[in-house]
Design a protein around this ligand. Structure first.
Ligand SMILES: C[S@@+](CC[C@H](N)C(=O)[O-])C[C@H]1O[C@@H](n2cnc3c(N)ncnc32)[C@H](O)[C@@H]1O
Length: 213
């Protein structure tokens, strides 16, 4: 089961995807999201990424969802925040100030959980989803965010060299998922760091997805 796979990764501390600093493709290209303080950003499959702290530091309202409750609790503890914890239609909602994180399944989120979403920040989320579930992921993300503008950071590599996750999601696959809802621009690609870079010569790519009007 998908959830058990990820819970085991967290329990066993096999979280090589977690970065020790905010992702520099985010910090460099964030202005393209055209957000200002007070607006909201949704971070699917957020883990305990320091990207959350960075987005909050800009005065944004940040909402995320993550299977592993321990990761959610760690984010609040790191920020020195004591969240209000409530049950919300099958998910556990942790909220303090501008930060709301749901512990539970992304696919259980509804638009009512999110209010208005001004932008989506997907780093290592789409690439974490099994290829056969990608279409459902993209459709659900569009449904719950009202097809918001999106900064998407993922990987492109030869899938025969390594089993995912992270899976290779090249630009052509992103287009197949989102071309009916968004214009898609490759902003930057660079050699990926870590295991995926070392094993597969992977590229880490940042794409901007702009809703079609
Ligand atoms: C590759 S990690 C990326 C985490 C984070 N975005 C980052 O940059 O560090 C993928 C995360 O998604 C979570 N996850 C996978 N499928 C999920 C789902 N359906 N609902 C909620 N979380 C999920 C996993 O537990 C894992 O923490």
């Amino acid at each position: 089961m998908e959830q058990e796979f990820w819970q085991a990764r967290w329990r066993e501390n096999r979280i090589g995807f977690h970065e020790a600093a905010p992702n520099t493709l985010l910090t460099r290209h964030f202005p393209l999201l055209d957000l200002e303080a007070g607006q909201s950003v949704f971070v699917p499959l957020c883990g305990k990424a320091l990207d959350l702290d960075w987005l909050l530091s800009l005065g944004l309202c940040v909402t995320g969802v993550e299977f592993h409750q321990g990761a959610v609790e760690e984010v609040f503890a790191r920020l020195g925040l004591t969240p209000e914890v409530t049950q919300a239609d099958g998910l556990t909602r942790f909220q303090s100030g501008d930060l709301t994180l749901y512990a539970g399944d992304f696919f259980a989120l509804s638009p009512a959980h999110l209010d208005k979403v001004d932008a989506v920040y997907d780093r290592a989320a789409l690439v974490a989803v099994k290829p056969q579930d990608r279409q459902a992921y993209a459709a659900h993300l569009n449904r719950i965010t009202g097809t918001a503008r999106q900064l998407l950071i993922g990987f492109d590599y030869d899938q025969s060299l390594m089993d995912g996750p992270p899976f290779s999601v090249p630009g052509s696959a992103v287009r197949a998922l989102y071309q009916d809802s968004h214009g898609i621009t490759l902003i930057e690609e660079r050699a990926a760091a870590g295991r995926v870079g070392a094993r597969c010569n992977a590229l880490e790519q940042a794409l901007l997805l702009t809703p079609l009007t």
